[in-house]
Design a protein around this ligand. Structure first.
Ligand SMILES: [Zn+2]
Ligand SMILES: [Zn+2]
Length: 192
């Protein structure tokens, strides 16, 4: 019983942390600005688009072979272990010890570029919403039961795991694979 609860908490930790964080920060923005303006909605959409690129870029970076011990270890802990143990859903979600500092860094960088906290926060909402969508799609791709509407993305991601690990880095969308030439080859069974 405790083991099952622990596994559920591990699998769902991004949702347990970031969904309340999104609600609280949106509430804070409402009290500050009165209404969620179209400008904030636009920033949030831009953040969502930014996430799709980040998703591709971060995943691609996990597969770059540098031969540097420290980077190899980071890649292994953060992602390559998941390739060896794709059914270990508890360890397939990104650790909070990585995602929280990364989210903080993104917020600070957005603030430096955009020049205001509210717009930066709205863009971070979009990034985090995209990230949660990623975790959901990824868990669904490896989970025992199929989620309606996600068959294409499930098959797309499993191609990355089984035969084409140098392709299909997008998880919630194949967009950047098309843009950067890492779309899957037609056949995958022969690829290693
Ligand atoms: Zn991978
Ligand atoms: Zn996976």
């Amino acid at each position: 019983m405790w083991r099952a609860t622990q596994n559920w908490l591990l699998r769902n930790r991004p949702f347990l942390v970031y969904v309340p964080a999104l609600i609280v920060s949106a509430g804070w923005a409402l009290t500050r600005g009165g209404v969620l303006s179209s400008r904030l909605v636009l920033f949030a959409c831009a953040g969502l688009a930014l996430w799709t690129l980040m998703e591709w870029g971060l995943h691609r970076a996990m597969h770059v072979e540098t031969g540097i011990g420290l980077i190899d270890r980071i890649q292994d802990t953060a992602h390559l272990r998941h390739h060896r143990e794709p059914d270990d859903l508890e360890h397939s979600v990104i650790r909070l010890s990585a995602s929280i500092p990364l989210a903080t860094l993104i917020l600070l960088m957005l603030r430096a570029v955009l020049g205001d906290w509210l717009g930066s926060l709205a863009m971070l909402w979009g990034v985090l919403a995209g990230y949660l969508l990623y975790e959901f799609v990824h868990l669904s791709a490896h989970g025992p039961s199929r989620v309606p509407g996600l068959n294409f993305l499930r098959a797309y991601h499993l191609r990355h795991h089984f035969g084409q690990k140098d392709r299909c880095f997008g998880v919630t969308s194949p967009l950047w694979d098309w843009a950067f030439g890492t779309s899957p080859r037609a056949r995958c069974a022969v690829d290693k």
